[in-house]
Write a protein that binds this ligand. Structure first.
Ligand SMILES: Cc1ncc(COP(=O)(O)O)c(C=O)c1O
Length: 346
């Protein structure tokens, strides 16, 4: 039986009935020939939203990162990114395997790093060192708790990178969460980047897909890698329609997810033995530590799931993550808090 309250990730959302109806009616064509009208419409919508010349629909955010790195980098090039960034931890070494690029992990509180760190990490242009080629940032920074990169910091990091001849890429898996949380327009966040993408499948609730954007030249070159990596599709309008629906109907409601995440964090903070910085929850991800309860993260999550039907994910020995999204039922946060309370016996 599926969990009653699934806080595992915002990737667990299922398309709503209205989204499914919209998908059924989508006009389709051969996407690989660029003849699918629904895919083309989605790409235009995202290019417009992000203020870029062009965009490209891809099956996943992971493929967006890999395609962008492939366009930007040659084998041996170095990509600067946070040490907890998704491409470094969770993309099966794709940048090394597919592109031949290496990562230069930067540390920094809450998934962020600074322009000074970028400048300090740059390699001198000598033949025996890797070439510093790209900076990649994650908006929002996932594994540290859905943290929004402030616009001024984004601009400073990109200015430092561009000043040294690097390109800038944004993994915008949850860009729209940052937009809704901060009130900063997507175009403003996107402006300093040579390439960026947004996921349709996370908080936006579509079943498949992400959209990569950049200059016309960047997207033209990206098509070569979309084809090479097996991401060129056929009647993909069926799934792209879900993205169009999501952009029209599921963006503003992200505010509800953020409110629920804050309610979850505030409730957890009141439980004995659970440590969480409720005031710092900015979007839909809550990270908390159960060390003080005497349980491991696995024990805590196993018990809330098996005894109460509430699923969390475990991201460290005593670190647990709860993510809110549009499939959390009414009363779901109260139920999750009750499950946590009963599990720790407090
Ligand atoms: C920050 C971040 N980047 C990239 C991805 C990969 O996206 P996808 O699951 O669409 O491949 C994820 C997925 O969880 C993510 O959280």
């Amino acid at each position: 039986m599926p969990p009653l309250v699934d806080l595992f990730s915002d990737t667990v959302t299922r398309p709503t009935a209205a989204m499914r109806r919209f998908m059924c009616e989508a006009e389709v064509g051969d996407e690989q020939q660029r003849e699918d009208p629904t895919v083309n419409r989605l790409q235009e919508m995202v290019a417009e939203l992000l203020g870029k010349e062009a965009a490209m629909f891809l099956p996943s955010g992971t493929m967006c990162n890999q395609v962008a790195f492939a366009v930007h980098c040659r084998p041996g090039d170095e990509i600067l990114l946070h040490e907890l960034a998704h491409p470094l931890l969770y993309e099966a070494g794709g940048a090394a395997a597919l592109v031949g690029a290496i990562f230069r992990p930067l540390s920094g509180p809450r998934g962020l790093f600074t322009a000074e760190q970028v400048r300090a990490a740059l390699r001198p242009a000598v033949h025996y060192m890797p070439r510093s080629r790209a900076v990649s940032i994650e908006q929002t920074a996932n594994i540290v708790g859905g943290v929004c990169w402030p616009l001024a910091q984004v601009e400073a990091v990109c200015a430092a990178a561009h000043g040294a001849g690097l390109v800038c890429h944004m993994d915008g898996a949850r860009l729209m969460n940052a937009v809704v949380s901060t009130g900063t327009p997507a175009r403003s966040f996107a402006a300093p980047f040579d390439s960026l993408w947004m996921d349709l499948t996370k908080g936006l609730g579509a079943p498949v897909g992400a959209v990569l954007a950049g200059s016309r030249d960047f997207i033209e070159e990206a098509w070569r890698f979309k084809q090479r990596f097996g991401g060129a599709m056929r009647q993909a309008g069926i799934v792209a329609a879900a993205g169009i629906y999501a952009l029209r109907h599921h963006v503003e409601r992200l505010a509800e997810d953020h409110e629920r995440a804050r309610a979850l964090a505030r409730g957890l903070a009141r439980l004995r033995g659970i440590a969480v910085d409720a005031e710092r929850v900015e979007t839909n991800i809550v990270i908390f530590d159960v060390r003080g309860t005497g349980l491991s993260g696995d024990e805590f999550a196993d018990r809330t799931l098996t005894s109460h039907g509430v699923r969390f994910s475990v991201i460290g020995p005593t670190t647990v993550r709860g993510v809110t999204h549009l499939d959390i039922p009414e009363g779901g946060i109260e139920r999750a808090l009750e499950a946590a309370r009963a599990t720790i016996g407090g």
